[in-house]
Design a binder for this molecule. Structure first.
Ligand code: GDG
Length: 479
């Protein structure tokens, strides 16, 4: 819990500024009816908190409520700079252009992207507002780190006002193949927007390559390896920085006696089955939930898996519920789970436990500990932190990770049981393999996965990016 917002009169300035769609806090209601702010759970906040504190950093972002102007305030030692959005902007910039145009387009059009000119106009307006506020917050020569697909125009807009700044950008979702990206009516504007940064970071080298190719093809700027030569002599670097998690923090949480006890309790509540399968995702059509339910459901209904022995727990965290695609997905999953449980379940023992809800991170750690087989099967995913969190929590070196080839994490977590989520039979085979593999093989795989996730944690990610940006913030952090 943090201090209440303290209004300040003058706009505070900072040598290090993070710009993201959301501020790293959620508003909570206290018992006496008043409200306060709580630091949102999430890797980015955890990673950047020490850098922010040591460098007196500021964070520019939306506070999450429409039609509300808030004064800057300090929470947990971080200067927060709220950006106001009207309800129409939430609809057009956020739910519209960000989540119904860019999100599906960048995820290989697994859903149909909608192109509306008024959404684009709103995206431009809101990006300009973020850039304007950042320009007033950043000290002379400050380092500014812009995050994600909602703010791709900010680097250029910021540079136009403040050429003295060092500007980094990181894209958390995939950057699509050139053929798909070209569908975007505003393709050149977004490329130019990103090129306002000195360093553009992607999850995978493939994303950086797609971007470099587009810059060459569409804008005719010369590139050499990861560098782009801009008119006027500036250079921009495009490079991969696979994001990770606070691995040690997650492992400590998993090892806490309360978590161990809760994991045992979860298994008991599930009827002490021999095998617990687990899925944890935001309820999003990119995450491959229907495919996974289909594969497990078929294994039970065709008699390969005995429902007395194995259960599947799917946590689907509510997400973007006002966007059409998400509403439809929710109904589809409800129907699919209902059908399988109706066909193959017995009273009190549904083979699939479906939880459309979000949980504290202690509960997530207990679930990870309780699961014999973690099933992460997105159709496309920038990275997927759930896969890494599961591995971090398996301090017993037990457990098996089934992972989609189309998650960024698959490039690093090579010893997972890799699957093509479009191939239901292939997925069924890998689920069985993960369930029945010898303890020796499972431990060998898990040890290698753990080494990977411990060596490459979120601290290393932030340090590498900030070092490459030439940020004094990273040096101060190390010291
Ligand atoms: C985007 C990219 C990329 C989920 N439910 C609950 C909960 N979570 C936490 C998980 C995990 C995070 O949310 C989800 O992260 P993912 O990486 O799996 O997916 P996206 O939300 O789509 O994130 C993705 C990521 O950005 C980072 O760059 O990896 O590819 O799409 O940390 O644990 N946490 C809690 N309760 C829940 O109910 N506390």
């Amino acid at each position: 819990m943090s201090s209440s917002p303290a209004a300040t009169s003058a706009v505070p300035t900072a040598p290090f500024v993070v710009v993201a769609n959301r501020l790293p806090v959620d508003r909570i209601q206290l018992e006496d009816g008043s409200t306060d702010w709580r630091t949102s759970p999430g890797g980015l906040v955890t990673a950047l908190q020490p850098v922010m504190r040591k460098n007196h950093g500021a964070w520019v972002g939306w506070h999450g409520a429409a039609d509300e102007e808030l004064e800057p305030f300090v929470d947990a030692g971080i200067q927060l700079m709220p950006v106001a959005l009207s309800s129409q902007e939430v609809e057009e910039y956020y739910e519209g252009f960000s989540n119904a145009t860019l999100w599906p387009l960048y995820h290989d059009v697994v859903a149909h992207p909608e192109f509306h000119r008024e959404w684009w106009d709103s995206y431009v307006t809101v990006n300009q507002r973020f850039a304007d506020l950042t320009a007033t917050v950043a000290e002379q020569g400050a380092v500014v780190w812009v995050q994600d697909y909602q703010l791709q125009l900010v680097p250029q807009m910021l540079r136009a006002q403040r050429p003295d700044l060092k500007i980094g950008f990181f894209l958390h979702i995939p950057f699509p193949p050139t053929e798909l990206y070209q569908q975007l009516p505003w393709r050149n504007q977004i490329l130019e927007g990103l090129l306002g940064a000195d360093l553009v970071g992607f999850q995978l080298p493939g994303g950086a390559q797609n971007f470099l190719r587009l810059v060459r093809q569409r804008l005719q700027y010369p590139t050499h390896r990861e560098r782009i030569s801009m008119p006027g002599g500036r250079t921009v670097t495009a490079r991969a920085y696979p994001i990770s998690i606070d691995t040690q923090g997650m492992a400590d949480l998993a090892n806490a006696p309360a978590t161990v006890a809760r994991a045992e309790e979860i298994r008991r509540d599930l009827g002490d089955p021999k095998y617990v399968f687990l899925g944890v995702d935001r309820l999003d059509y990119t995450k491959g939930l229907p495919e996974r339910v289909q594969a497990f459901g078929e294994l039970v209904s065709d008699g390969t898996i005995d429902p007395e022995e194995a259960v599947f727990v799917q946590v689907a965290t509510p997400s973007r519920e006002r966007v059409d695609h998400y509403r439809r997905l929710r109904d589809d999953i409800d129907r699919l789970v209902g059908r399988f449980n109706g066909d193959i379940g017995r009273i009190g023992r549904p083979p699939i436990t479906y939880l459309h809800s979000s949980y504290p991170k202690e509960e997530m750690a207990a679930l990870y500990r309780a699961a014999d087989v973690m099933v992460v099967t997105p159709l496309r995913d920038g990275m997927n932190l759930v896969a890494k969190e599961y591995v971090a929590c398996r301090t017993d070196e037990d457990g098996a990770l089934v992972l989609s080839e189309f998650a960024g994490a698959a490039k690093e977590l090579r010893q997972a049981y890799l699957v093509n989520p479009y191939d239901i039979d292939g997925m069924k085979a890998q689920l069985l393999q993960a369930m029945n593999d010898s303890p020796r093989s499972k431990i060998r795989r898990m040890r290698m996965l753990r080494r990977q996730v411990f060596e490459n944690d979120i601290d290393r990610w932030a340090t590498l990016f900030l070092n490459d940006l030439g940020s004094p913030a990273s040096a101060a952090r190390a010291g």
